[in-house]
Design a protein around this ligand. Structure first.
Ligand SMILES: [Zn+2]
Length: 428
């Protein structure tokens, strides 16, 4: 079983917004109260309060406060747990000899949200088939309309309600059976015509060549095509017609043969790409790619390997990317595409970042900084650097969660969030 995060955008009614705002306010008060309690305990008694100490205190506070009582008890414990995690983080850093900031009181505008730790207790996900869209029932709020979709359907476990830029989101942790298991490596993959893929990672550079049998089939297609056009030319000459010339039995046979080889190439290619992408996703957690549809638009000019083989191999590039992306989704890994117009992987130096226009025919990257490697290797390394920067040095699994917060049509949320995710199984 693995855990995935699914983010839904909430569409509350004005009355529901009021209720959500009220919940946020109560959780914010609780955070500040609990923080104050910890500070006092330390200042007056040199006593470190634990999470369970504060849970006990919460029971007392609830008995005295109708406001706290009006909110789901378990979600209040989650806020206490978050505070506990903030302290644990603080003490870990102190131990490492750093000088971290003490956990802070939060004004309401800096308080991002709250969470629930058990499905059915204070919240219930009522999503449609395939965990797509539907409603979210929140105690004290009602049934809120939601939009979003799970990649892999599973059992909802925990939920976080987030308020950001005037919008509300629910980030639901789902436990599911992985259809595929991802690896742990991080790398950049540059797709090319001669070398199918060049992959740069901390372990070094790896090349995947187009398979020989595919090359042989491509040569076969070339030879057949030549023969066919010779025959067509002869038929045109003999009949005097450019179009609608009589097709001989022999020529018809050649057409059928060519169609057969084309199909064979398509099958070989698909098969090879399936195996290659599956193998890559089995070892990589994060892969940076270059968006190809945009690259082709910008790579105009240059007579480098035009023609039939090029077009067949070109199609392989977008097919490979597509396979990597959906297999990554299945595995809970990431295959993300960079906009080549901004990143310019083929022009930028992977070490110093210097940009230099290179014609497509220039297959070597030489930079004044001393880097000398193949063009493909440099591009793969640029993509690796880009993807490392995007996940910000965090564990791939963590980064995945953050990325998942971006919704279609919504701007991606920033990498750093105020509220730490609630780990499953913290309940004591
Ligand atoms: Zn350089």
């Amino acid at each position: 079983m693995v855990q995935r995060k699914v983010t839904y955008r909430l569409y509350p009614t004005p009355r529901q917004i009021e209720a959500l705002e009220r919940l946020r306010w109560v959780h914010c008060l609780l955070w500040n109260t609990a923080l104050d309690e910890r500070r006092r305990a330390w200042a007056y008694q040199q006593k470190s309060l634990s999470f369970s100490d504060q849970c006990k205190a919460l029971t007392g506070w609830r008995s005295r406060s109708p406001l706290l009582r009006s909110v789901n008890a378990q979600s209040e414990q989650v806020t206490l747990k978050r505070l506990d995690l903030a302290f644990q983080h603080f003490f870990r850093r102190v131990k490492r000899g750093e000088t971290p900031g003490y956990p802070r009181f939060k004004p309401l505008h800096r308080f991002k949200g709250w969470g629930y730790s058990k499905h059915g207790d204070g919240w219930k996900l009522l999503s449609g088939p395939g965990m797509k869209h539907g409603k979210l029932r929140l105690s004290g709020v009602g049934e809120v309309r939601i939009r979003g979709k799970a990649r892999t359907v599973g059992t909802p476990k925990t939920c976080e309600i987030l308020h950001r830029c005037g919008k509300w989101y629910a980030s639901v942790t789902v436990e599911c059976e992985p259809e595929r298991q991802g690896g742990e490596r991080i790398g950049g993959l540059d797709w090319g015509v001669e070398t199918l893929a060049t992959i740069a990672s901390a372990e070094g550079v790896e090349r995947i060549e187009n398979p020989r049998h595919l090359q042989r089939s491509l040569e076969r297609i070339g030879a057949l095509q030549k023969r066919i056009s010779r025959k067509e030319e002869a038929a045109k000459q003999a009949s005097g017609k450019k179009k609608g010339f009589p097709v001989s039995k022999r020529l018809r046979k050649e057409y059928a043969l060519l169609a057969g080889v084309h199909e064979k190439v398509a099958n070989q290619r698909r098969d090879f790409l399936h195996k290659t992408s599956a193998r890559l996703i089995a070892t990589f957690a994060v892969l940076g790619l270059e968006a190809l549809n945009i690259r082709r638009m910008t790579a105009k000019g240059g007579t480098y390997k035009r023609g039939l083989n090029r077009s067949i191999l070109d199609a392989a590039g977008s097919m490979l990317h597509q396979m990597l992306r959906y297999k990554a989704e299945e595995a809970g890994a990431l295959a993300i595409e960079a906009d080549p117009r901004q990143l310019k992987p083929s022009q930028r130096c992977h070490r110093c970042g210097r940009q230099e226009k290179k014609p497509l025919s220039q297959r070597w990257h030489d930079c004044p900084c001393g880097v000398s490697c193949s063009r493909d290797e440099n591009a793969a390394r640029v993509l690796m650097g880009w993807v490392m920067e995007r996940i910000g040095g965090r564990e791939p699994a963590e980064a995945w969660r953050e990325v998942d917060l971006s919704l279609p049509g919504e701007p991606a949320l920033p990498w750093k969030r105020e509220t730490p995710a609630i780990p499953l199984g913290w309940r004591e």
